[in-house]
Design a protein around this ligand. Structure first.
Ligand code: CA
Ligand code: CA
Length: 273
């Protein structure tokens, strides 16, 4: 019974609003990113592999240190102010809510008190101060401690090209702050004049080969773009049967599926296995 209610709610909300992922990254490509060693100690953000045991997905994560191993017994306590800048992206004027997500953890089960903050800034206005949207000191670390955070970006950033700044600071003598799986999305409220569809999603997602687009309308075309925005696959109407398309030729990874019905389109994030 609970399940039916939830499904109903999901369907209802998909009719009222549509969510678009404007940018996401699993840290595999750092094109467009920037890092700054603001405290000037020679240590800044870097990449690290194989931290699945902490709760991250396979592949690269980004790290910043508050302690470093050396040949003394106590190691070297650092006082980081390491700043990481995401690529910038445009949020349309029609956005009614904007959300930033990432996965975060401290690497060490005992020395976990890493402090970080997340800011948003207008990339075309260097005079404007960055807006703080989140900060915390982690209260756990090590095995399976990675957690997802989702924070609102003020809608005053709509109709602007914005960037996100992640700062590791105001902590010392712990170990590593780890972050990964970033996403910025926005919601627009649909009206009949909107150029957006209200497709509920695709199934299954993650996808191995065949995937069905969940809409009652007839899909006219599908194109697939990778995370760099490059178009990697075009599927014409004649190859779309019962709103189902074959993605078996795609390599594993994260893509956006752009679904077109008449003159409207919608992008849906998919994971290819
Ligand atoms: Ca990753
Ligand atoms: Ca530093």
């Amino acid at each position: 019974m609970k399940k039916i209610t939830l499904l109903f709610l999901l369907l209802t909300s998909s009719i009222i609003s549509a969510q678009t992922v404007v940018w996401s990254s699993d840290s595999e490509s750092l094109t467009g990113w920037g890092a700054s060693d603001f405290d000037g100690d020679g240590n800044s953000w870097g990449t690290l592999n194989s931290v699945e045991s902490i709760g991250f997905n396979t592949g690269t994560v980004l790290f910043s240190e508050s302690w470093q191993e050396n040949d003394t017994e106590t190691g070297l306590a650092l006082t980081p102010d390491n700043r990481l800048y995401t690529p910038t992206f445009f949020i349309p004027e029609t956005a009614t809510s904007i959300t930033f997500k990432m996965k975060v953890a401290a690497a060490e089960p005992t020395y976990f008190a890493e402090k970080y903050a997340v800011y948003v800034y207008d990339s075309n206005n260097s005079e404007a101060p960055a807006t703080l949207i989140h900060q915390e000191t982690l209260t756990a670390g090590g095995l399976n401690s990675a957690k997802d955070i989702a924070v609102a970006i003020p809608t005053s950033f709509a109709n602007k090209t914005i960037g996100v700044l992640i700062r590791h600071f105001d902590c010392t003598d712990q170990f590593l702050l780890l972050i990964d799986d970033f996403e910025v999305s926005y919601t627009t409220t649909l009206s009949t004049e909107d150029n957006t569809l209200n497709i509920a999603g695709v199934y299954p997602n993650p996808v191995k080969d065949q995937v069905k687009i969940q809409t009652n309308e007839i899909v006219d075309a599908v194109s697939i773009t990778n995370q760099l925005g490059q178009r990697v696959l075009d599927i014409k109407k004649t190859s779309i049967i019962d709103n189902t398309v074959d993605l078996s030729v795609l390599d594993k990874g994260v893509y956006f599926m752009n679904v077109r019905i008449e003159d409207k389109s919608q992008a849906i994030k998919i994971i290819k296995q």
